[in-house]
Design a protein around this ligand. Structure first.
Ligand SMILES: O=C(O)CCC(=O)C(=O)O
Length: 260
């Protein structure tokens, strides 16, 4: 259960960090599952722009038990339900690599810009919850975000950019970025593997290419309030999930049981 200070911090900054939320043993289970899903070819696997290394895998919670359980994990579901004030479902999951040696990186954007404009989620009552599958340091392309940027609502000043699979990212215009950064600065999600960062869906975020030799993998469980379900159905299920059944939490040791 989140305390009042945590709820206030989330409302003010749009972000809450949980260092070491999952143990080293649980991380090992997640890392193995990540390798399995990333090595299965499919339209939900997006390569990097300049190399064939995997950039993103969408929707693996529908294919892999480990990620199905991670999405239902009480350490994520509990805080998410508390912050959104009702039952939640998975709008989207994604495994994001920032593979190292210069590949990767994401332009500044708000996820809700796409979820609202393309998927028709009515209100910004959704969260990104990212679980670190590797240690994240300033050197390996951490997730960067602008604290407090969620309070500006959807910023209607972006241009679409496409990756090699045609996934659209709504890149924020530079003039808006400057104003937001003057106001809130830039924070980085740093910490040991197993840490988690919960962010409001309107927080502006991105990352730089990872020029270190060390991989940086993050698993995002992006959830939406059940009453805020999508109104338009243009995208594949692995981009915009249509199972609106409220998530039922699994046992706290669910990931370890899958390792046995
Ligand atoms: O994982 C990252 O570095 C940023 C990813 C991101 O912004 C996204 O997929 O929307």
């Amino acid at each position: 259960v989140l305390n009042d200070r945590q709820v206030e911090e989330f409302q003010r900054t749009g972000a809450l960090f949980f260092p070491g939320l999952f143990s080293r043993q649980e991380v090992a289970v997640l890392q193995r599952a990540a390798e399995e899903t990333a090595s299965r070819p499919g339209p939900n696997v997006t390569p990097e722009m300049a190399t064939d290394s995997v950039r993103m895998v969408h929707g693996s919670h529908r294919e892999h038990d480990v990620f199905a359980n991670l999405c239902r994990h009480p350490r994520l579901v509990g805080p998410a339900e508390q912050l959104l004030g009702e039952g939640i479902y998975v709008h989207q999951s994604r495994l994001n690599y920032n593979a190292g040696m210069g590949s990767g990186g994401f332009d500044w954007h708000q996820d809700f810009a796409t979820w609202h404009t393309v998927d028709g989620l009515p209100e910004p009552r959704a969260l990104m919850m990212t679980v670190f599958l590797d240690d994240v340091t300033p050197a390996n392309g951490p997730l960067l975000y602008i604290p407090g940027s969620h309070r500006h609502g959807v910023i209607d000043d972006f241009e679409p950019v496409r990756d090699r699979n045609g996934n659209v990212l709504m890149r924020l215009a530079e003039r808006r970025l400057r104003v937001l950064v003057e106001d809130g600065g830039i924070a980085a999600g740093l910490g040991p593997a197993g840490s988690a960062l919960i962010m409001h869906c309107n927080v502006v975020h991105g990352s730089t290419p990872n020029i270190s030799p060390n991989r940086r993998a993050l698993y995002y469980v992006n959830v939406n309030a059940v009453s805020n379900r999508q109104r338009t159905f243009k995208r594949a299920e692995y981009h915009a999930g249509t199972d609106f059944t409220p998530l039922q939490p699994v046992a706290d040791d669910a990931l370890l049981r899958l390792a046995a």
